[in-house]
Design a protein. Structure first.
Length: 345
């Protein structure tokens, strides 16, 4: 939602951790870990603003397996919700771009779907193409993993990272690691898997960690003019955000019972002064799914609509009239043409 925001305070810069080659001596890895930990939350002198002709701007892909916290991270970096979140896997299905301009540097973050390995249908093939396209078209990659964890799903994403693009290993949920000795062997194994430029232990819910990440990413962005206006937060339209917010409420209120193939299509989006009239359709594959969403006496669908409307009114700053229907489209997720019709790349 391209809402004007007050220019954020310049984040503190973090001393750069030296690149570590795979197989490097353990003491070098220990130094890398010690440096990352010692600078976590540390205050650094504010850098002077470069002249206009030295503006920095670049694309930063946020990648990782499903449900690792990519969308939460993007929203924290942008300072406003631009990517929906839920505990359900495959919540993010599009390449979501969020921007944040801090003094002379514009960060263009690209949130990607989690790389899909469980289902080979047309929808998942579309999501995976989005991930592959993103990592090959950016200046920097932020590879998000849960601190101390690495499994086959993580490995599938890691295998996609091109060697030519610098990558940061972001260990999310680091606040759950209580002893440094628990993370050092893990860091060593991760560095053997890929030549990460830096290691960043953090929590996406920690404001100081978010500020520190700006300083880390800045030096990898080229000196070039900004791509967007200083107050822009996303390149996605209000219509797109409406569909995403409804889908988020759908997933959150139905939980794991509802199959991941459900989606939302906006049939009408009209603005009349401070009022927005929105008509949307929730698409499911089976009649049973339709009944699950509508609920007894329509209570579940009513709640989905109410929560979506409230959030849309907060984002748009105006009144919203929202109507939602539920329709069955059997097999749509494995139909290439219909997947494209519903807005997937």
């Amino acid at each position: 939602m391209s809402t004007a925001k007050k220019e954020p305070k310049q984040p503190a810069a973090m001393p750069s951790a030296a690149p570590v080659e795979p197989g490097q001596a353990p003491d070098a890895l220990e130094a890398m870990l010690a440096q990352a930990l010692s600078s976590r939350g540390a205050a650094q002198p504010a850098a002077e603003k470069p002249p206009v002709d030295e503006q920095r701007c670049g694309l930063i892909a946020i990648v990782g397996k499903p449900n690792v916290g990519k969308s939460t991270l993007l929203n924290a970096l942008v300072g406003q919700k631009v990517s929906i979140t839920s505990r359900k896997a495959q919540t993010t299905r599009h390449r979501i771009t969020g921007m944040r301009t801090v003094k002379s540097t514009q960060y263009v973050f690209v949130d990607t779907p989690g790389f899909q390995t469980r289902h080979g249908n047309a929808l998942n093939r579309s999501l995976n193409r989005t991930v592959v396209g993103a990592v090959n078209d950016v200046d920097l990659i932020v590879f998000v993993v849960e601190a101390g964890q690495f499994n086959l799903a993580d490995a599938k994403v890691l295998a996609l990272l091109p060697e030519k693009t610098p990558a940061i290993l972001l260990a999310n949920k680091f606040d759950l690691i209580h002893r440094r000795a628990e993370i050092a062997p893990w860091l060593r194994s991760m560095q053997e898997r890929h030549n990460f430029a830096e290691f960043v232990p953090m929590s996406a819910n920690n404001a100081k960690d978010i500020e520190r990440l700006f300083g880390i990413c800045e030096k990898y962005l080229p000196v070039q003019p900004w791509m967007y206006g200083a107050d822009e937060l996303t390149d996605r339209s209000d219509r797109f955000m409406a569909a995403e917010i409804i889908r988020e409420k759908l997933f959150r209120l139905t939980g794991d019972e509802l199959p991941y193939t459900s989606t939302v299509v906006i049939d009408q989006y009209e603005e009349e002064g401070n009022l927005r009239k929105i008509a949307a359709t929730i698409i499911v594959e089976r009649d049973g799914h339709k009944g699950m969403i509508i609920g007894e006496k329509g209570e579940k669908l009513k709640r989905i609509g109410t929560e979506a409307r409230h959030e849309l009114e907060t984002l748009t700053g105006g009144k919203v009239f929202l109507e939602i229907w539920v329709k069955v489209r059997s097999g749509w997720a494995d139909d290439e043409a219909r997947v494209k019709t519903f807005g997937y790349e």
